[in-house]
Design a protein around this ligand. Sequence first.
Ligand code: GDP
Ligand code: IMO
Ligand code: MG
Length: 433
Amino acid sequence: MPVTLVVGGQWGDEGKAKIIDYLARDVDFVVRYQGGANAGHTVVVGTEKFAFHQVPSGILYPKVTCVLGGGMVIDPLALVAEIDGIVVRGVDVRGRILVSSQAHLVMPYHVMLDCDSEDRRAQGAIGTTRKGIAPAYADKARREGIRMADLMRTPARLRDLVADHVRENNKILKARGMKPLSPTKVAKGILAARARLMPLIADTRPVLWDAVAVGRRVLCEGAQGSLLDIDHGTYPYVTSSSCTAGGAAIGTGLPPSAFERIVGIYKAYCTRVGNGPFPTEEKGEVGKRLRELGHEYGTTTGRARRCGWFDAVAARTVVKINGMTDIALTKLDVLDTFASVKVCHAYRIGQRTLDVFPADARDVESVVPTYETRPGWKEATTGRRIEDLPRSAVDYIRHLESLVSCPIHLVSLGPERSAMVRIPRGPTPVLGA
Ligand code: GDP
Ligand code: IMO
Ligand code: MG
């Protein structure tokens, strides 16, 4: 059975969790493949709102097994707290969470180093979530990380390993003017997490290979967004993992050929939290209106998200990087009250016109977006069926499809699970026919 992958098409917070939750109804496994507690994934079911950070967004379905893949960097204490928080709300997670033995640990010194780097950068700060992500991935790349597999060692060996790492990192903390950590205290915390997480740790690769081989349905969940990808994003204003489709093979152990459906998630406009170039950002009234109507405040950090119009140049570039097969467009309802909506279809840089998102962030800083203005629909869309959507809303969807060269198969019209319309596939163009 081929694997479906859900990947963020913009700068994160596109509503990936809402779409994962929708698609997870029909799957057996939901697998996160990168990132860590920097993610904030919101699922709304009736009056209940869940914010997931490290646990995959499929956890609300009793038959779904959730896998934290090897490409993740996991804060073990935060994971235990998150699982407890989910259980308290009545979700039975027993036997339903697996943690890859290949995943790396985010340690307390990673969090301290992340905060210190941000404070030192001052004006040039990345605006990270301060969850220790970059230092943890840096240790992985330097081959000095601690992996989940290390939690399987005897308590005495693990204590020594953690204490050694803390002592090494204390040298860095001290050199940067920070208080060193107690090796004993950190080891105690990790040993407590070990007791809870050990039953969940496994080599998850054969689990997934076997699942695919016998036709079980696997859904992979991207965190962050393609424009935050360490390679393809607006470097250095990016996160430290491969959020794009390529990262899913690396972060799960499933072969690239397994990914048959790659669903890109895009908001009907754009947002970004943290610093870095954002060509279609609206710093005035429009941005404020999008923020308030879309409740654009970070799920993880509570920061106000920067807002702007849909950027088709960035979107079509991201379609290509990921090989997206279809798109889920979210938060269309946020545009319901606008008399007109704008879409950026090209950039200008000097005398040149660009239709590809530049590879270098400095070029992205200097582009001037070219907009088309389209009529709004000035009608509420939440709760409507696909065939009842206002004409201008349908035209907007169709127009985005043509600008980014990828079909839109799902449209989300509200935060709630049921606020979703599916655009039927098939030869007859039902929508806007
Ligand atoms: P993720 O990180 O991509 O999963 O997205 P977040 O959960 O960080 O942010 C998306 C926010 O938009 C959440 O508060 C969702 O509940 C909300 N949301 C998702 N889809 C829709 C939608 O179609 N309309 C509205 N109004 N809100 C939505
Ligand atoms: P989800 O999965 C939006 C941003 C941060 C910062 C940059 C680097 O909810 O879409 P990091 O802490 O990763 O080193 O920060 O990336 N960022 C996100 N922005 N949504 C996210 O996750 C993000 N995770 C990281 O704001 O600009
Ligand atoms: Mg989010």
